[in-house]
Design a protein around this ligand. Structure first.
Ligand code: FES
Length: 102
């Protein structure tokens, strides 16, 4: 699935980059800009960043669950989710479907 239409980046490429970052340091703070920098890309319209954040949370949870790390990471991710509920999260990127490549 294509996540970033500007840079033509798939979800699989983003997931692999996140896992590479976690392999280098399991406790690294990963943000979309860090993922794109590791891929030698950069955000252009940044409309994909909410989806990248969701991917970061999902992959990090799975990674740490596989490592059977203490529950602190999961509780932190739950707090991030609660903040998104509190401050809102746009359900879509704000673009019309005619501007999507996929
Ligand atoms: S869709 Fe990713 S930077 Fe525009």
């Amino acid at each position: 699935m294509l996540i970033c239409h500007c840079n033509v980046i798939t979800a699989k490429e983003i997931e692999e980059t996140i896992i590479d970052l976690l392999d280098a340091d399991p406790w690294v703070l990963i943000v979309p800009a860090k993922v794109y920098h590791a891929m030698h890309k950069r955000g252009r319209c940044c409309g994909c960043f909410p989806n990248v954040v969701e991917t970061i949370i999902r992959v990090t949870e799975t990674y740490h669950a596989r490592l059977q790390a203490p529950g602190d990471v999961v509780s932190h991710l739950d707090r991030v989710r609660a903040l998104r509920v509190q401050f809102g999260s746009r359900p879509h990127e704000g673009r019309t479907t005619s501007h999507r490549a996929a």
